[in-house]
Design a protein. Sequence first.
Length: 162
Amino acid sequence: MSEPSQPFPLPPGPPSGPSELAPAIDQLRRTKPWVRFMAILGFCMAALIVLVGLSMLFMGSLMEGVGPLGGIAMGTFYLLMSLVYVFPCLALNRYASAIQGLIAAGPDAAGPAGLTVALDEQRRFWRMIGLISIAMVCLYALVLAIAVAVGIAAALLGAARS
């Protein structure tokens, strides 16, 4: 019996030496400033959202038609949304720091272990983004279902009153 052929060629084996990692480390070195920039930008956005949330908490009672409970609810919502920004930014910052450590050690000292640490931080970031995306899609679906149910209930009540 003959062995089945591979549908695609197998990738080459692991690098035989740290110097073969130099091109991958160079690509990460070129990526690091953008990773760090996005982390800092995200922290700035989170801080801005916190300021908006705090202003909603303290000034919500002054807004006509909203009242103190509406201001508290809106402020709390903004403060919770700032957390959605902070955690991915922390992950991006850890990723940039892992790249920095890899660059500082150099390909000969860091070897595959340093590259693995940096790529694991990247994996953690994308896993977190995926989980947040799933949660947001579920939240949007829930809000949509509630809005449709409220609309149907309002239409049925309006029809019953006529």
